[in-house]
Design a protein around this ligand. Structure first.
Ligand SMILES: Nc1ncnc2c1ncn2[C@@H]1O[C@H](COP(=O)(O)OP(=O)(O)O)[C@@H](O)[C@H]1O
Ligand SMILES: [Mg+2]
Length: 344
């Protein structure tokens, strides 16, 4: 018989000691186990953060104890929802699906680090041995190819599709830059052309077998995000925010759009959370963290809080993002894969 799990125990300690309780948290709609908040928050605190009805806390505790003791619980496992308009044959779990998970990286605002989070998430997933592709959905302002130093014109694959470029670490990349004569050539396209380019990047590119296809999106809630949400077999969205962004409500627009289109938010990432000096002093340059509010608004876990690091900017500009290593990004990727595993 396991020791009794109580509301004041730290979530991380509960799930580490009794892994069977992870499904109970998620079955009750609490993503805290894959959340940075869960590392220090109690069961009661996590429940409050996620606006869990207090009257259901007793049943949650009962189920956690039942799971820890290998007994029957009141919950049934949940299936991850897919984006609206997705043909059922393409939905997750279909036997012929070569791309296992399609995940979009979104934020209402530009310059918040969407492309950087996409790139570094891809790098960490690749280090875990996963097959990863990046579809650069920012047609008019692509930045992924530059970050990975991938250059070259598109070629035909053995199957007659478009062969993606490959980064040094083996990440498959498709970006509008590949189709321009000069990287600096502008793409002066209206919405429908942008939408059709994104669809073609998905369907005409020979991605092969992938564990994850990450779709980097431009800011805003118009053509590109709408196309990705409605026309691609999307499994989930990662929302990127920064501390001061919540005040502008731009991130809220983005979250509302995903929810209106019945998309699934995998988690939120707070970028540029703080700056740490070599002596370990922390400065919250853009204000204090809004991680808990984001979790409350989305009902999704906080996958990571990322510091400002000038080394990162230098490596990105030099096309050497794959040489960057920091614990935060490994944690981000681990929280991301854990959340998706549990949602399945
Ligand atoms: N945590 C960070 N530390 C240092 N530089 C960052 C960080 N996040 C983003 N940047 C830099 O800020 C700029 C904007 O980031 P980017 O990922 O292009 O934003 P977005 O795709 O949201 O427009 C880039 O030059 C990027 O390298
Ligand atoms: Mg970008």
């Amino acid at each position: 018989m396991a020791e009794t799990i109580t509301t004041d125990m730290v979530i991380h300690d509960v799930v580490t000691k009794y892994p069977a309780t992870v499904k109970v948290f998620h079955g009750h709609g609490l993503p805290c186990t894959a959340c940075a908040v869960g590392a220090r928050e109690s069961v009661a605190g996590g429940a409050r953060t996620h606006r869990f009805p207090p009257e259901k806390l007793e049943l949650l505790i009962k189920d956690l104890n039942a799971a820890a003791n290998g007994e029957v619980t009141s919950i049934t496992p949940k299936k991850a929802p897919v984006g609206r308009g997705v043909p059922l044959t393409m939905a997750n779990g279909a036997p012929d699906r070569k791309i296992k998970q399609v995940i979009a990286i979104m934020s209402g605002k530009g310059g918040v680090g969407k492309s950087l989070v996409t790139g570094l998430l891809a790098v960490s997933l690749r280090r875990q041995g996963q097959q990863v592709g990046i579809l650069d959905g920012d047609i008019t302002g692509p930045s992924i190819a530059r970050m990975f130093g991938t250059k070259g014109q598109p070629t035909k694959s053995a199957n007659g599709g478009i062969e993606p470029l490959r980064s040094k670490g083996g990440i498959k990349v498709v970006s509008m830059n590949m189709f321009l004569e000069k990287e600096s050539d502008p793409v002066v396209w209206r919405g429908p052309m942008i939408s059709s380019a994104i669809k073609q990047f998905y369907s005409d590119v020979d991605w092969g077998n992938l564990d994850y296809l990450l779709v980097d999106l431009p800011p805003g809630t118009s053509d590109a995000p709408m196309t990705v949400m409605q026309a691609l077999p999307l499994d989930g969205v990662v929302i990127v925010s920064s501390p001061q962004m919540l005040a502008t409500m731009i991130v809220m627009k983005c979250i509302n759009m995903v929810q209106q289109l019945k998309g699934s938010i995998v988690g939120v990432v707070e970028n540029m959370s703080y700056f740490e000096t070599p002596k370990g002093e922390r400065y919250e340059i853009f204000g204090s963290s809004n991680g808990a509010e984001l979790v409350g608004m989305t009902g999704a876990p906080l996958l990571g809080t990322l510091p400002i690091d000038s080394a990162l900017t230098t490596l990105c500009d030099a096309g050497r993002v794959e040489e960057y290593y920091a614990e935060h990004y490994e944690e981000l990727a681990a929280n991301f894969t854990n959340t998706l595993r549990i949602k399945r």
